[in-house]
Design a protein around this ligand. Structure first.
Ligand SMILES: Cc1ncc(COP(=O)(O)O)c(C=O)c1O
Length: 485
């Protein structure tokens, strides 16, 4: 066991012990109309909670007085209940201290562990997870991030004692505006930047703002979470076909006439292709022809390996019809849940009104910490480091795949982002491949859920950002054993 794991366990046990010294707070529902006496209802409540594991061995029961006060019942009722539980061995009495749960063959800590955690199919150590949304903790700039978090409290405590600006902390919005200008050519200012918790949430708010837009042109295949959100909000989703060679088929925009178009031009989800400059200009023109807004989802454009990223659609747009979306989930930390969008001037008043209702959803301390992190240039350093690291990991993954599978797979979608796609030519379907991988302790991910129309027979996504180089090598070896027997 690693030293810091031991440390965590010691702290965990100490906390459990500390908790057990205090009376637990319970809120049983007692039915005063029932023919079952109250003390019996109380007994049932305690027993059920002990069986369920909510009340665990060593926990201290409320005193007779506090429970009778809380529930407005007599102390005698509580006393009868405790006596019965004592007699049946469910609780024990500690002189001058109180009553404690005595139920459970093993100690409460073990009990919680075995009840609270579902037993994994494989021991955790053998699961190699090729999820493209994970970040490897070894790559995370823990030291400098902790410094930023701490500084956010040291310097902004007054600020943190009041609610955040509805659009997010101004300093962060200003730094995001600078960043998207430098990295993506998005010419904007802090006033146009809205910070929100996750792309899905930001998109939901945008749907309310664009209430009049009912027909959404959506890439097929495309990002299923966003598509589901449109459907949930009762928008009509019309597929815009994405061809392997040609990319987005613009003719579909003219034939379906959507009033809102959602695209991932810089790194198509899931195919991994990117829209040419020519196609971007044509897309803007097509949207203008049919009078549609465009949502540009630029979720992982930080990671382009072989070529410079092309300017964003926003940078090329002339009209006030484009909403740009970005996130720190891929480039920094998925659990931060910090995403943003850049709105055209015409939509700002409606968004301002809406945010008075919803308020800001990302913790101000995390926003201010991120602002500090960006201001101290740690963000730029981190991005450069991650680009180098991901290039290395991707090279290892490609080599391992080629070496292990040769012509039995076709690799694509690897020019950007922390994942690659493989078409598996082994006469097995997507589901079978995923299940066989799972049984060998490896997680790989489908693409079929991204399609509205025909799905490819067996194309899988393999992300590498959450893994070490050694994990990648072991993972591909295990996949080979699982698939090519
Ligand atoms: C196409 C696409 N857009 C956006 C996101 C980011 O989502 P979030 O900001 O909720 O992490 C992802 C992440 O997986 C994605 O694949």
């Amino acid at each position: 066991m690693k030293q810091n794991e031991k440390g965590h366990l010691i702290t965990f046990f100490a906390r459990q012990f500390e908790r057990s010294k205090h009376d637990m707070d319970v809120t049983p529902f007692l039915d005063r109309e029932s023919t079952i006496p109250l003390y019996k209802q109380l007994i049932d409540y305690f027993k059920n909670n002990m069986h369920d594991g909510a009340l665990r061995k060593g926990m201290k029961l409320p005193s007779k007085r506090s429970l009778s006060n809380k529930l407005h019942i007599s102390q005698t009722t509580v006393e009868r209940c405790y006596e019965q539980l004592l007699a049946e061995g469910y609780i024990f009495s500690r002189p001058r201290s109180g009553m404690y749960v005595d139920y459970g063959a093993v100690s409460c800590l073990h009990y919680k562990g075995s009840q609270g955690v579902r037993s994994p199919k494989h021991p955790a150590s053998t699961v190699i997870d090729f999820h493209y949304g994970h970040v490897n903790s070894e790559d995370f700039p823990l030291h400098s991030w902790k410094k930023s978090v701490s500084l956010s409290y040291d310097f902004h405590l007054d600020r943190l004692c009041k609610p955040s600006d509805e659009f997010g902390e101004h300093s962060l919005r200003s730094l995001i505006a600078d960043y998207v200008y430098q990295a993506r050519g998005v010419n904007t200012s802090a006033d146009h930047v809205y910070v929100g918790s996750t792309t899905s949430y930001v998109l939901t708010l945008l749907c309310y703002v664009l209430d009049e837009c009912q027909r959404v042109g959506f890439e097929d295949p495309g990002y299923p979470r966003s598509r589901e959100i449109f459907t949930l909000l009762k928008k009509e989703v019309v597929p815009l076909r994405v061809d392997h060679t040609e990319g987005l088929l613009l003719g579909d925009i003219h034939s379906t006439k959507p009033d809102l178009i959602y695209v991932t031009p810089s790194h198509h989800y899931p195919l991994g292709s990117r829209m040419t400059l020519q196609k971007r200009v044509e897309l803007l023109q097509s949207a203008e022809d049919v009078g549609a807004y465009i949502i540009e989802d630029d979720y992982d454009s930080e990671f382009h390996y072989t070529t410079e990223p092309l300017p964003s659609l926003h940078a090329l747009a002339k009209r006030d019809n484009l909403i740009y979306m970005g996130t720190f989930s891929r480039s920094f930390l998925p659990s931060l849940r910090l995403s943003y969008m850049i709105l055209p001037k015409s939509l700002l008043p409606r968004m301002q009104k809406l945010t008075l209702l919803y308020k800001q959803t990302v913790s101000s301390s995390q926003q201010l910490a991120l602002a500090d992190f960006m201001e101290r240039r740690e963000w730029t350093i981190h991005l450069n480091k991650m680009r180098t690291m991901y290039t290395k990991k991707k090279t290892v993954l490609l080599n391992e795949l080629k070496h292990s599978f040769g012509d039995t797979i076709h690799i694509h979608g690897h020019l950007a982002g922390p994942r690659v796609l493989i078409d598996v030519l082994l006469d097995k379907g997507e589901k079978q491949l995923i299940e066989e991988a799972d049984a060998a302790g490896v997680k790989v991910y489908p693409t079929s859920h991204a399609y509205l129309s025909d799905t490819p027979p067996a194309t899988l996504q393999l992300g590498f950002s959450g893994l070490t180089i050694e994990d990648i090598q072991n993972g591909i070896q295990l996949l080979k054993e699982a698939w090519v027997r």
